[in-house]
Write a protein that binds this ligand. Sequence first.
Ligand SMILES: CC(C)(COP(=O)(O)OP(=O)(O)OC[C@H]1O[C@@H](n2cnc3c(N)ncnc32)[C@H](O)[C@@H]1OP(=O)(O)O)[C@@H](O)C(=O)NCCC(=O)NCCS
Length: 219
Amino acid sequence: MSAKRSVVATWIKGWALARGVTAPVTIPGGFRVDVGWPEQKERYVFPGMMPAFTSLGNTITEPWIFLKVCAHPDSVRAVLPVHWEIQSPGYLMMQTGFVPEGAVPLTHGYHLKVERQVPATVVHILTDNGGIAASGRIALADDAAVYDRIVTAPEHRRKGLATAVMKHLTAIACSRGIAKGLLVATGEGRALYETLGWKLLSPYTSAVIPGNGALSAGS
Ligand SMILES: CC(C)(COP(=O)(O)OP(=O)(O)OC[C@H]1O[C@@H](n2cnc3c(N)ncnc32)[C@H](O)[C@@H]1OP(=O)(O)O)[C@@H](O)C(=O)NCCC(=O)NCCS
């Protein structure tokens, strides 16, 4: 299984904007982002399994350089040397045909805050005390809104807050003439997005040679 190269190109462009890192560059078969974080120096992203992916797996020896591919974890494990650690499964997802909806009701006791962190737009749901209960962001790339860092604090989960974040972000995308969304989901995220009509495009697998200590997250 793999994804369309153009879709991955748009997604990684939007991801870089949402995270405020340098723009992706095109490499044979895929893309590279010089992320520059201590536990994610670079990421290589490929729309499917290909020799260029395997070749990087055999030549990279440094920790904290991520290989990411629209493929099942088993296919990745089969080609990478054992010192590569495969991370929790991810899922490339898309929704099309956004239509403007009316105001999204919020559960009692929560308030919405929209923040422009150019080039991203961030939606927070705050508690009465001003704490952040849930949040998420979009960055616009090509013809799509790329959704990123959708999260609800554990004690506020299953109250519809992430649903409200997603709907507000979609309303913002719609107001800017965008009718398509892309994201890479965790397993929990996938369950949420499917209730909102998002479709799975492809499994998405990340691998890294870890340094000493815990692995970093981030789709
Ligand atoms: C995924 C996450 C954002 C969901 O937040 P939430 O505010 O609890 O989501 P909602 O209350 O809006 O959920 C709406 C529906 O989505 C589905 N859903 C949400 N979380 C789910 C889960 N963990 N397992 C199964 N279904 C889930 C359910 O159908 C739910 O409706 P229900 O509660 O009536 O059954 C939250 O669990 C989280 O922050 N997880 C850790 C970070 C993460 O993985 N973020 C996603 C990144 S892609």
